[in-house]
Design a protein around this ligand. Structure first.
Ligand code: ZN
Length: 405
């Protein structure tokens, strides 16, 4: 039984494996908002609701739901929770896991666990919902969730800054965070090639200036009396003075702000349109981002000099997408013989710096090799024990998440 929502995952977690017959379980018609509680600031949504529909339901109640990602028009709540999806606003609000207060889950033996509590405090033994969040449907089928809502955003200020190095990007991030605290709600790093690829696939508007790297910053607040514009201006002015930013433009309109975000979001689409890439989703301790970026460039220059690194991501979370594009003018077929070695190399680099080989995309089928190589034997044993306790006959999403012993 393979639960499948919007089928927008990036590690084939919702795709049946080769072998015995499998049933794809589609929950798309379970798409109701059951309840919005404006006092507790919670929403109970069914698994088949799309992320955009959830965001709109929250907005309709004068609230804000913060998880946001490129596939939000098709990605569905059940899948977003089952993969613990991240995206661009994890920095301030946390990933999908941080939004979940309660779950309703169908177990492998057909029983329903009604854990749809909205209580922010409930310290009564094991926190069972955590077993199902990020479990990729291997322990139970999530049918509904009680999620947190936040005050509506009243004002935003966004800027695109040019940064000479990843070190400078990190310093600018720190400066913005020091000034705005949790009001810094978006901070995306993009190497020049990555942003150019995104911008080339968004109609209208060229990049405002050239730079080896860019930082997209957004400050936001629910407080309409104190807009974040002056904070952002002060951060950028100081960064320009210190040379950690070489150029910067502040979005002068909502249209311009959305344009910056569209460039960032179009990077993956640009990759797809121009030959594809071997994709990675790593995280490292924040201070080691510059080392990671330098190490990837060294690896590619030494072993795959014809390939093109495409590096971008959620720098404030220590999470970078390190995608390796095939030689110019060639497709992924040209990279096929080297794909496994490239992935092994990039994942090993991240782990050697104290990082993770899968920061926000999960394991599914594509990261099982990394799991076997890098996850500790004790952790794998615990995971197998939990899987066996909840699904002894291996009915739920077989062949995903946990590598064969
Ligand atoms: Zn991402």
């Amino acid at each position: 039984m393979v639960p499948q929502g919007g089928n927008t995952g990036l590690v084939a977690g919702a795709v049946p494996i080769a072998g015995p017959e499998q049933l794809i379980l589609c929950l798309n018609r379970m798409n109701r908002v059951r309840e919005i509680d404006p006092v507790a600031n919670t929403i109970v949504a069914e698994a088949g609701l799309t992320l955009v529909e959830l965001q709109n339901a929250a907005a309709g109640a004068g609230r804000f739901f913060p998880v946001s990602l490129g596939a939000e028009g098709s990605a569905r709540i059940g899948g977003l929770i089952s993969t613990n999806a991240g995206g661009m606003q994890v920095l301030s609000y946390g990933s999908m896991r941080a939004q979940v207060l309660g779950l309703e889950v169908v177990l492998a033996d057909g029983r329903i666990w009604d854990g749809l509590t909205a209580l922010p405090k409930d310290n009564t033994g094991y926190d069972l919902k955590q077993f199902f969040i990020g479990a990729e449907g291997t322990l139970g089928i999530i049918t509904a969730a009680c999620l947190k809502l936040y005050p509506a955003i009243a004002a935003r200020a966004s800027a695109l800054a040019g940064v000479p190095t990843p070190e400078a990007a990190l310093r600018l991030f720190q400066a913005a965070r020091a000034a705005a605290g949790s009001g810094l709600t978006l901070c995306e790093y993009m190497e020049a090639d990555a942003l150019a690829l995104g911008a080339a696939h968004v109609p209208g508007g060229a990049l405002p200036f050239a730079s080896p790297g860019y930082l997209l910053l957004e400050l936001s607040t629910p407080d309409s009396a104190h807009t974040p514009d002056s904070t952002l201006e002060a951060v950028l002015a100081s960064a320009l003075e210190q040379g950690i930013a070489t150029d910067a433009v502040i979005a002068q309109s909502e249209r311009e702000r959305l344009h910056f975000i569209a460039w960032r979001e179009a990077i993956s689409e640009g990759e797809r349109a121009e030959g594809g890439a071997v994709k990675h989703d790593i995280s490292v301790p924040l201070g080691r981002i510059p080392e990671m970026v330098a190490a990837v460039h060294r690896l590619v220059a030494q072993k795959y000099p014809d390939c093109r690194p495409n590096i971008f991501g959620h720098v404030g979370d220590g999470n970078l997408h390190i995608n390796i594009r095939p030689p110019k003018g060639q497709s992924m077929a040209a990279l096929a013989p080297r794909k496994a070695a490239i992935t092994e190399g990039v994942e090993a680099l991240a782990v050697s710096l104290g990082g993770s080989f899968s920061a926000e995309h999960g394991i599914g089928q594509f990261r099982l090799t990394g799991m076997a190589a890098h996850k500790s034997p004790v952790a794998l044993e615990l995971m197998r024990a939990i899987k066996h306790a909840l699904d002894p006959a291996n009915r739920l999403n077989p062949g995903k998440t946990i590598p064969h012993a």
